[in-house]
Design a binder for this molecule. Structure first.
Ligand SMILES: Cc1cc2nc3c(=O)[nH]c(=O)nc-3n(C[C@H](O)[C@H](O)[C@H](O)COP(=O)(O)O)c2cc1C
Length: 225
């Protein structure tokens, strides 16, 4: 698959087959992903690959805490709700996903069910928690590096027939993840990636989210027009 096709075909996968992902395949994918550039070649990423019982315990803990109304406990600073054009883009993809899944706007129960699925990392057979060392804080550059490696990871997974969704929902209750994924005290949880073989009958997997026009985001200087 050429790079352009890979980028255009990849999309977030939110419905998985239960089939396990072989450890050798995960190893291969991480091997490719770690070719990402990083600030001064620091390679500040750590991958905690979780499956089976520990992942079930994370799903259960996330579900219980969210149903109990425990506020999110992220380990990196977040900015709260998106506003303006960012909020609009968030709403646009949610509309696409809900339409595909037949979830009506006013169907609170189904919407809640969808949110809870997210907290279960869409029942994927594998979750990769991506972390960096606390000693790197304030970690803005390191966040950049982890973003780069994570994109490499999801693209590499796609070339092996594996779907992924990068998700904040899975690590929103970080104490649960920290405990069951055995994250060392000197590391900070940045995000996680749910991974598995896509369920072809799960409608949301077909959703192709939209992108802005280049005019909205590119500023050319010195091109003479
Ligand atoms: C940092 C980050 C966090 C995300 N968190 C979630 C999440 O919690 N739940 C979810 O369903 N998707 C999550 N996503 C996936 C985005 O919604 C998705 O990438 C975006 O809508 C574009 O769609 P695409 O990946 O299909 O191109 C996240 C993506 C990123 C990069």
């Amino acid at each position: 698959m050429d790079f352009e096709t890979l980028v255009n075909e990849r999309r977030s996968i939110r419905g998985y087959k239960p089939d396990p992902v072989p450890r050798e395949v995960i190893e291969e994918i991480i091997d490719i992903a770690k070719g990402a550039p990083s600030s001064m070649n620091t390679q500040p990423w750590h991958f905690h690959v979780v499956t089976g019982e520990p992942l079930e315990r994370i799903r259960q803990g996330n579900t219980e805490r969210n149903l109990a109304g425990v506020p999110a406990q992220r380990e990196i600073p977040t900015h709260g709700a998106y506003q303006g054009i960012h909020r609009q883009r968030q709403v646009n993809v949610a509309i696409q996903l809900f339409e595909a899944m037949g979830i009506a706007r006013d169907d609170k129960e189904m919407r809640q069910d969808w949110v809870m699925r997210g907290f279960r990392q869409f029942d994927a057979p594998v979750s990769i928690v991506i972390a960096y060392e606390k000693s790197l804080e304030p970690a803005t550059i390191c966040h950049f590096d982890l973003g780069a490696v994570t994109y490499g990871l999801v693209l590499a997974a796609w070339t092996r027939g594996l779907g992924t969704v990068i998700n904040g929902q899975g690590i929103m209750q970080s104490p649960v993840v920290r405990e069951h994924a055995q994250i060392p005290d000197d590391q900070v949880i940045m995000t996680c990636v749910a991974m598995g073989y896509p369920n072809e009958n799960f409608a949301a997997n077909e959703v192709k989210s939209t992108r802005t026009t280049n005019d909205d985001i590119i500023h050319y200087v010195g091109f003479g027009d």
